[in-house]
Design a protein. Sequence first.
Length: 260
Amino acid sequence: MPRIDDGFRGFERRIEREVDSWRVRRKDSDDKKTYDEVFDKKNLLRIYKLFSDGVIDTIEFPISTGKEGNVFRALTSGGVFLAVKIYRTSTATFRDMAKYIQGDPRFKGISANRRNLIMAWSAKEFRNLHRFTEAKIRVPRPVACHENIVVMEYIGTETSPAPMMKNVVLDDPEHLANTLLEYVRRGYQDAELVHGDLSEYNVLMDGEDPVIIDVGQSVLIKHPLAEELLVRDITNVARFFSKHGLDIDVEQQLREIRKR
Ligand SMILES: Nc1ncnc2c1ncn2[C@@H]1O[C@H](COP(=O)(O)OP(=O)(O)O)[C@@H](O)[C@H]1O
Ligand SMILES: [Mg+2]
């Protein structure tokens, strides 16, 4: 896999070979388009920058191909696993993104063209990971952010990324629900953030421990969308856990969370 010792051209050839090997392994020609897009010249240069800065050493394999971007597992030269999220700059539907960026004083003055929005979105995810981490909410530890690429702690084992909460058998749903609700409360009161897309899809299970991911859309509590998103987050949690026999009172939770 690409190691950085012979400049960009060598790097480019190696990463192309690796991407080809994923295609063969996965026997999935639909992926070709995705990889051609992710590993276009601009992104290769950005990834190369992360390599030459010593942030990552190799990109190992794709973990997820989503609407807005792709997540890969990477390795540092010290052998530490990382997750690398590369936001799509071309085909993604970013119509909704603007409303999450506008109204955030941290990104005042960003003009709403697609490229700027995506760069701001990545920076926002990175900064939100910091804020959540500081408030002792379990999210992937942020490592680096460069343009449309966010590098963070990898959640999972050597052999496989951590499963989503929706795909695991829950030993103790009540304890898990309480942990998540506590994270939402701490997020609101200490980080002053609302996740905004909290669901069983954006919680990974690190063994028994939930890890909240996908925080690009998270907004400050003063954001005009914050209260609406908070209600939606808690409603999602209540809906999911009602399938596991728990009766979460959304109104009561909201009162607890807003009590400061
Ligand atoms: N830090 C991480 N460690 C391990 N897997 C991750 C990590 N971040 C994301 N993933 C995987 O990638 C998928 C997509 O990531 P996510 O941030 O939810 O982006 P999106 O939903 O916008 O595509 C997740 O469902 C998860 O399987
Ligand atoms: Mg997600």
